[in-house]
Structures are given as C-alpha cells and as structure tokens.
Design a protein around this ligand. Structure first.
Ligand code: BV8
Length: 232
C-alpha cells in the first residue's frame, strides 16, 4: 500500500474563528469592498492608495490573530504523518505557520510579504505599506502586496497539480468553492482516484463533487476528524 498523500485545501473559513473575516459570508469582505476595486491589478492601477489601505487593515488584523484549534489540528496531523500531509491555502494570513504547520503553499500569496511591481523582488512586508515605498532592490516606487489578485496566476500551480495527481485523500476546509482554479481541485483529485472530504460550516457550491462531508465550525470538525484519522 503506497504511503498516503493527503492534500488539504483551506479557505477563509478555517481562520473565521480566529477573528479574520471571510469573503462571502454575511458581512464578509466582499460585502464591504468591490472585488474590482481592491483585488484586481486594474483596481490597484486606478487607486493604489485604496488597495494599500484595504491590505494594511487586513495585515493589522492578521497580525493580532491567533491560530485556532483547526490550524493546530492540521499541524498535529502533519507532524504525525511526516511528508504525507500537504497544506495548500487560499488564505493570505500566516495562521497555519503560527500553529506549527510546515511548507504551507500559499497559492494566493501572503499579507506579510511585499512585491515590487517593477522588478518582482519580494521582501517581508512592513505593517503599513504605501505606494511611495521604494523597492529595496531596484528603488522603484512600485510596491504592492504580494497577493494574487483576480486575473493573476496563483502560485505553485505545477506543484499543486502534481500533489493532486498523487493524492489518496483530498480535503477542502472552510472554502466556498467559488474561486478558480482552487474550486476545481476536487475534480482533479477525484480524477486521480482520491477519496474526497469537505469540512465546512455549511455545504459549499462544490459539495456535490465530494464523496464525504462533515459540517460544523472548523474548530470542532477539524480536530475531531484529525483525531479519528490518527486513531484509525
Ligand atoms: C486565474 C486575493 C488565470 C488575496 C483572491 C475558471 C478557471 C480559471 C479562472 C477562472 C475561472 N472562472 C473564473 C475565473 C477567474 C477568477 C475566478 O475564479 N473568479 C470567480 C469569482 C468566478 N479566478 C482568478 O482570477 C484566479 N486567477 O484564474 O488566473 C491566469 C491564467 C494564466 C495566466 C494568468 C492568469 C485568481 C484567484 C485569486 C483571487 N484572489 N484573494 C486576498 O485578498 O485574500 S480570492 C479570495 O477568494 C481569497 O483569496 C479567498 O481565498 C478566495 C476564496 O474564498 P474562500 O476562502 O472560499 O472564502 P469565502 O468567504 O468565499 O468562503 C468562506 C467559507 O468558509 C464558506 O464556505 C463558509 O461556509 C466557511 N466558513 C465560515 N465560517 C466557518 C466556515 N467553515 C468552517 N468553520 C467556520 N467557522
């Protein structure tokens, strides 16, 4: 029996109980900001100060957030099954790492990293970023958050497709399944013969693609699932 390869995709729902807003829930981020204005390259081109304010506010919030029992349970699972558990997150917070997870693949980038729009240099983001901040490498005032906006290519796609191909189990946690290409990972995993499980507060828009599902808050459902898996 080949070693298990568990691929876990997380979304904003896993950080909700750490106090970080989701996007599409009642009162979520997209209820208060137009995606086109704050999460697209065009929006950044039109009003970089607005976009920096949006991400500065989220960076400040993420800086005081603490990982919750769901983040900790995934770190425990990774430690118990060395090399077999791969976490791909759509989240731009660092809560998986704060809980002790390793090699987390941030496919939509990270709030705590800055990117130079001129030379593509990356560096640790300051608490507050402004359009006039000079790039430490080339000096250009083209600083942007190192996050993947709509219309931009997510990070690590080759590696992710490879992981999905070899997955024995694909688990989606706290994601609405509204954003591609992440929303299609469950089909890729199923096509490779993987078992599929959704852990969510309520059914996502992709629920029909999953072989199994458990509903409830991530801080209850994720630790319970991990304990069961490790006891199995
Ligand atoms: C791209 C930026 C191409 C960072 C984000 C088909 C194929 C390919 C692309 C497309 C396609 N159709 C459309 C597209 C374009 C687009 C897209 O998907 N649009 C959607 C709206 C239709 N996709 C893209 O543009 C992507 N890029 O395709 O590039 C390309 C090809 C070649 C060359 C160049 C380009 C880029 C997508 C990334 C966009 N950036 N964010 C940031 O600001 O954070 S997306 C944004 O939504 C976040 O990153 C977030 O990760 C993502 C998904 O949201 P969720 O995490 O799922 O959160 P949501 O609020 O939606 O749901 C919360 C869930 O939690 C719910 O299910 C809820 O029930 C649950 N929950 C709540 N509380 C709890 C809980 N669960 C458990 N416990 C709780 N307590």
């Amino acid at each position: 029996m080949p070693d298990p390869t568990i691929v876990i995709l997380t979304g904003a729902g896993i950080s909700a109980e750490s106090g970080l807003g989701t996007f599409r829930d009642e009162g979520g981020l997209w209820a208060r900001h137009r995606i086109e204005d704050v999460a697209t390259p065009e929006g950044f081109g039109r009003d970089p100060d607005l976009v920096h304010r949006f991400y500065n506010a989220r960076r400040a919030q993420a800086a005081t957030a603490r990982p919750n029992a769901a983040h900790r349970a995934l770190a425990r699972l990774q430690a118990a099954l060395p090399g077999a558990v791969h976490i791909v997150t759509q989240n731009v917070d660092g809560l998986h790492e704060a809980a002790g997870a390793r090699e987390v693949l941030h496919m939509h980038g990270r709030l705590d990293r800055a990117l130079c729009g001129a030379c593509a240099h990356r560096w640790p983001a300051p608490a507050e970023m402004h359009r006039s901040d000079p790039c430490p490498a080339c000096g250009a005032a083209a600083t942007r958050p190192d996050v993947v906006w709509f219309g931009e290519m997510p990070h690590g796609m080759e590696r992710i497709w490879g992981l999905l191909e070899s997955a024995s189990l694909f688990v989606a946690i706290g994601t609405s399944g509204e954003v591609y290409p992440a929303a299609a990972f469950v089909e890729e995993a199923r096509a490779s013969g993987a078992d599929t499980l959704e852990l969510n507060l309520e059914p996502s828009s992709r629920i029909s693609e999953f072989a199994r599902a458990r509903f409830g808050p991530a801080t209850e459902v994720v630790p319970a699932w991990v304990e069961e898996l490790l006891a199995g």
